[in-house]
Design a protein around this ligand. Structure first.
Ligand code: ADP
Length: 647
């Protein structure tokens, strides 16, 4: 291949520009990113070797080698992993900007300077971090396989890169960083060791370091060594130290919980999730007996940007007999726990385990059941012991967790206990569990009640709340659109039916008498109103639930609620036309006014206009638009013109 020069894609250029000019903090993370890539490349190689035994020579000693050359001011990171072909180099670190690159750029524009470096790994653009410390990066790589050739990629990070034939005896990748002015610290033996210890200790492959001293410094050192023996002893000590890995290497999930520090968990979590904020919860356990496995799971502290994107990769890492079999094994947890990250290590599964087997076989199913139970158990503990922390979790992941109610019948009760709602009795950002709401139910209240609305504000001001305020009964507010979707799965809690307060059949004893009396007195008014609104309304009746408002709309037991209808319409779904019931407050002065208009001229325009306005205001109050907004506004304006000037 002759040498070719290629421009970077625009997004990559912008990204590099940011990396070079505005990522001030924690430059040392470049090493974590490159070591992490090297480790992944070795994992890929061990995995591919399973099915292609000729790919890798047997008995290969996997390693990640660092070589710091002080005189040349270079740091080289080498691995003997899977390597890349020329096409892969171009795809992975060249022209094609991943969707992550764009997201990263967007996020960077909104984030404080201090945090930016933390973001880089999260978006799958870790390699470019090298340009924080290097003004030239050379990558020579050779893909595993007999007919593969080495290729060298070089760039100064400004606008383009070159690609040409390279030399490398066997599979793997060498990345040489030509350090920028003032970045000499990254050639320093002690500095490198400390970076690896703090960021990459969990890496399962040995990380070895060789430092080549600057001859100028060496002369000084030699002068210090008094005798030849001293010099030899020093050289021997150096050789030994180069053969000793910088990292502990034991897989973190195989270690005893009490020997792993919070920082180590955090770094490992960052490695597998690309999220550099500490996880909110760490669940580390092993199961023995008929099914044996180890697991290290994490609940992130914040939702990833793509949590609700269909194509998002998720799942746990699955290790079988020390080989990473699947980096996104979705079958190990139910979909609604897709935010959980982590590793499962089972030696009982066969190395050639397939995705189908993971879905259907008894052993993976038992593992899945056990993992699900552990995660839900950990969430329960968090709710009990650190409610504030749990609330923060629920804000991030509650929506996803709720999906489980409709899908995981086995754990439905546990999931119900994990729900949090704002209610008519909570204030600010406060929430309550169903258990708490039941525990404080006043005597006489038999059912649980809920109101779906678009915002807390609208829920609080809904006319449907009037009777509940009066009775001092608590109502759950369903503000999250998912709440209504899962309403059917959440039809009861602790043996108590959960009923929408918008339903026609509220069965409250209050006010029955006055409603019945009003119905008698105003029978002809009700009929006239009904015939005016016949196209939209099933019936007009006197209400037992209103204390202040003039009217409200209620639904049949099985009809979709107005919030649900609006949601379906917004998603372009056909909405079954259901006529609702208009309820009037028998104590409201508007009733008398309507009665007198009706008496003046039973089907007169004034009467009809008033009835239409009434219907329109009931719609507005629940967050729906009036049926014909232009007509509504006209009727209202006419009324204002006619009305006495306000006092
Ligand atoms: P990420 O690792 O998050 O995907 P990077 O920008 O760090 O993002 O790397 C991009 C891709 O380049 C990797 O996904 C991998 O396919 C490839 N790559 C990077 N480093 C190596 C390596 N040492 N060996 C083999 N492939 C590598």
């Amino acid at each position: 291949m002759s040498k070719k020069s290629r421009p970077f894609k625009t997004e990559v250029k912008q990204l590099l520009d940011l990396v070079i000019h505005s990522l001030y903090s924690k430059k040392e993370i470049f090493l974590r990113e490159l070591i992490s890539n090297a480790s992944d490349a070795i994992d890929r190689a061990t995995f591919e070797a399973l099915t292609q035994p000729d790919l890798i020579a047997s008995g290969v000693a996997w390693s990640i080698r660092l070589r710091a050359d002080k005189a040349a001011r270079t740091l080289t990171i080498s691995d003997n992993g899977i390597g890349m072909s020329a096409e892969e180099v171009e795809q992975n670190i060249g022209t094609i900007a991943s969707s992550g690159t764009r997201k990263f750029l967007e996020q960077m524009r909104q984030t404080d300077k201090g945090k930016d470096a933390e973001l880089i790994g999260q978006f799958g653009v870790g390699f470019y971090a090298a340009f924080m410390v290097a003004d030239k990066v050379e990558l020579t790589t050779r893909r595993a396989g007999n007919d593969q050739k080495a290729v060298t990629w070089t760039s100064d990070g400004s606008g383009s890169y070159t690609l040409e034939d390279g030399t490398r005896d066997s599979h793997g990748t060498d990345i040489t960083l030509h350090l920028r002015e003032g970045m000499d610290e990254f050639c320093d033996d002690w500095r490198i060791r400390s970076i690896v210890k703090s960021y990459s200790n969990y890496i399962a492959h040995p990380i070895l370091l060789a430092t080549v001293e600057d001859p100028k410094d060496k002369d000084k050192d030699d002068a210090k060594a008094d005798t030849k023996e001293d010099a030899e002893a020093e050289a021997k000590a150096k050789a030994e130290s180069e053969a000793k890995p910088l990292n502990s290497m034991k897989a973190i999930w195989r270690r005893d919980k009490k020997d792993v520090s919070a920082d180590e968990y955090k770094e490992f979590y960052a490695h597998i999730s690309h999220d550099h904020q500490a996880p909110q919860e760490t669940i580390h356990f092993s199961v023995e007996g008929a099914t044996e496995f180890r697991a290290l799971l994490f609940v992130p502290s914040h939702a990833p940007y793509d949590l609700f994107m269909r194509e998002r990769k998720h799942g746990l890492q699955l290790y079988v007999k020390n080989v990473l079999i699947d980096a996104d094994c979705e079958a190990l947890l139910p979909e609604y726990l897709r935010f959980v990250k982590g590793v499962v290590d089972s030696s009982d599964l066969p190395l050639n385990v397939s995705r189908e087997m993971l879905q259907d076989d008894a052993l993976p199913r038992r593992i899945r059941k056990s993992l699900t139970g552990k995660v839900l158990g950990a969430l329960h503990d968090m709710l009990e012991n650190s409610p504030d922390e749990y609330r923060a979790f629920f804000v991030q992941f509650g929506k996803v967790l709720k999906e489980g109610l409709a899908n995981d019948f086995e754990n439905q009760d546990k999931l119900k206990d994990l729900l949090l709602y704002a209610t008519s009795k909570t204030t600010g950002t406060e929430t309550a569990t169903l258990k708490q709401v039941v525990a404080r139910m006043p005597e006489g209240q038999k059912l649980l009640y809920a109101l779906a609305a678009e915002s807390l504000e609208m829920a609080r001001q809904s006319p449907h709340m009037e009777i509940f305020r009066k009775k001092d009964w608590e109502v759950l507010f369903w503000i999250d659109p998912v709440d209504e979707w899962i309403a059917q799965s959440l039809s009861e809690y602790d043996g108590k039916e959960i009923r929408s307060v918008e339903r026609g059949d509220l069965d409250l004893d209050e006010g029955k008498e006055s409603a019945a009396k009003a119905a008698e007195v105003h029978a002809s008014l009700l009929t006239a109103m009904q015939s005016t609104l016949d196209a939209d309304i099933q019936s007009v009746r006197f209400s037992t639930r209103l204390t202040d408002s003039a009217c409200c709309l209620v639904t049949d037991a099985n009809a979709a609620s107005p919030t649900m209808e609006r949601m379906m319409r917004a998603m372009n779904q056909a909405v079954p036309k259901s006529k609702r019931i208009l309820e009037l407050n028998p104590a409201h002065p508007l009733v008398a006014r309507l009665e007198s208009l009706h008496a003046e001229e039973p089907a007169g325009d004034k009467f009809k206009a008033c009835v239409e306005l009434l219907h329109g205001q009931a719609l507005l109050q629940e967050g729906s638009p009036p049926k014909d907004p232009a007509r509504f506004v006209k009727l209202l304006s006419d009324l204002m013109v006619r009305a006495d000037a306000p006092a």
